[in-house]
Design a protein around this ligand. Structure first.
Ligand code: PLP
Length: 424
């Protein structure tokens, strides 16, 4: 199947007389005729459902669709992108372990790693995604368990060199985890470039309609845990909390990582999505391949308009030929990057504030990556407690406007920007 067909059909093939849309199995539990039947499920001897915190058919249909889109071997949905990021790392790194992450990842991921997971005993080294080979090499330690990056960083829009980081990770016997939220598998499939595990905040383009918060983790099935058995005892030695199962032996390279997440982390921590939310996510996925090209087309037109505008100081969009990451974006995402553009309004913080007041089509929201065009001026919203010096230190200039270009008519979006800029 091509990606367009997968968006519609992968993950669920109805049998004769069954519902054409995925069924919403809104049930906490599943009934069995005998205790023996149920015992086999608990022993992981047979696959099936017994409690929705562990697994649910609606969730599994949608996970299977995203798995196919990313070219993975197994996948699991989570109740948010944050939960997906957390599980993707915590599944293979615990207290006493070390992880390398790109320094320009989404702020929520940065906090999760630098504050919360640090408190759990996991040490992180943040490297500039454009660091030299020597700097990257120096970041690895004997207890390093994974490398983490983001295909297109939110909000810096830095394009991650997936192949380079995958090679470095593999040379040290650890997997590369890539958050592919902004690119989506329509524009980039990190597994094809060497990534071992892919995560998403499905809240963004996958849902695409501002309707449901969610996440997903996809395993490529290509990382050989047993070849690095000492590094990953959680996968290669018996899990005492689950009848001594050795995930890498029982499920092989294709299933070990995701089965451990389900059997252990979902069981103990529980961030499973509601089946109804997964149904809605599936509706979004059915048009992902139609929406992404439109997002990119509109964003490109907007970026080109802004680049020529006299009141705009700078524009950051990796699809622009003038962008620092243009060549890299062409390599990894030749069909387009994403719909998010950032730019500076000449005149700094107060000019940006004036500009925001003049917008009518673009809605002020902290969200990005959905059908509606939305806009945020971090200096007067998410980062308003900071003065100009503090903002610059945080990598957010006072004039920065983050624009998530939607799929409305692009002429309306550009006219809105033009009118608002005229008021500055
Ligand atoms: N990853 C990226 C790139 C994001 O942009 C976000 C949210 O903005 C997340 C992860 C976290 O996802 P969620 O908000 O669904 O928890």
């Amino acid at each position: 199947m091509e990606r367009e067909t997968m968006c519609i059909q992968a993950g669920y093939q109805p049998k004769n007389g069954e519902s054409r849309m995925i069924p919403i199995v809104q049930s906490t539990t599943f009934k069995y005729d005998t205790s023996e039947d149920m015992g086999k499920l608990f022993d992981l001897e047979e696959s099936g459902y017994f409690y929705t915190r562990l697994a649910n058919p609606t969730n599994d249909y949608v996970a299977a669709k995203i798995c196919a889109l990313e070219g993975g071997s197994a996948a699991v949905l989570t109740s948010s992108g944050q939960a997906a990021t957390f599980f993707s790392v915590f599944n293979i790194a615990g207290a006493g372990d070390h992880v390398i992450a790109s320094s320009t990842i989404y702020g929520g991921s940065y906090n999760l790693f630098a504050v919360t997971m640090k408190r759990m005993g996991v040490e992180f080294t943040f490297v500039d995604p454009d660091c030299s080979d020597d700097e990257l090499e120096a970041a690895f330690k004997p207890n390093t368990k994974a490398v983490f990056g983001e295909t297109i960083a939110n909000p810096a829009l830095i394009v991650f060199d997936i192949e380079r980081f995958a090679n470095a990770a593999h040379a040290h016997g650890v997997p590369l985890i890539v958050d592919n939220t902004f690119a989506t598998p329509i524009n980039c499939r990190p597994i094809e470039w060497g990534a071992d595990i892919v995560t998403h905040s499905t809240t963004k383009y996958m849902d695409g309609h501002d309707a449901t918060v969610g996440g997903v983790i996809v395993d490529s099935g290509k990382f050989d845990w047993m070849a690095h058995a000492d590094k990953f005892p959680g996968l290669t030695t018996p899990d005492d909390s689950y009848h001594g199962v050795v995930y890498a032996e029982k499920f092989g390279m294709g299933g070990a990582y995701i089965n451990k997440i389900v059997a252990q982390l979902m069981r103990d921590l529980g961030p499973i999505p509601a089946p109804m939310n997964s149904y809605m996510l599936n509706l979004g996925l059915e048009s992902l391949h139609v929406r992404m090209p439109r997002h990119c087309e509109n964003a490109m037109a907007v970026a080109q308009f802004l680049e020529k505008h006299e009141k705009v100081a700078w524009v950051n969009y990796p699809g622009l030929a003038s962008n620092k990451y243009y060549e890299r974006a062409q390599k990894y995402m030749p069909d387009g990057t994403c719909g998010v553009v950032s730019f500076g309004v000449k005149g700094g913080r107060s000019a940006a504030e004036k500009f925001m007041k003049g917008l009518k089509v673009a809605m002020i929201a902290t969200h990005v990556a959905d059908a509606h065009t939305c806009v945020l001026h971090p200096a007067s919203a998410t980062h308003r407690q900071m003065n100009d010096e503090e903002l610059l230190a945080a990598g957010v200039s006072p004039d920065l406007v983050r624009l998530s270009v939607g799929i409305e008519n692009v002429n309306d979006i550009i006219a809105d920007l033009e009118n608002a800029l005229a008021e500055v």
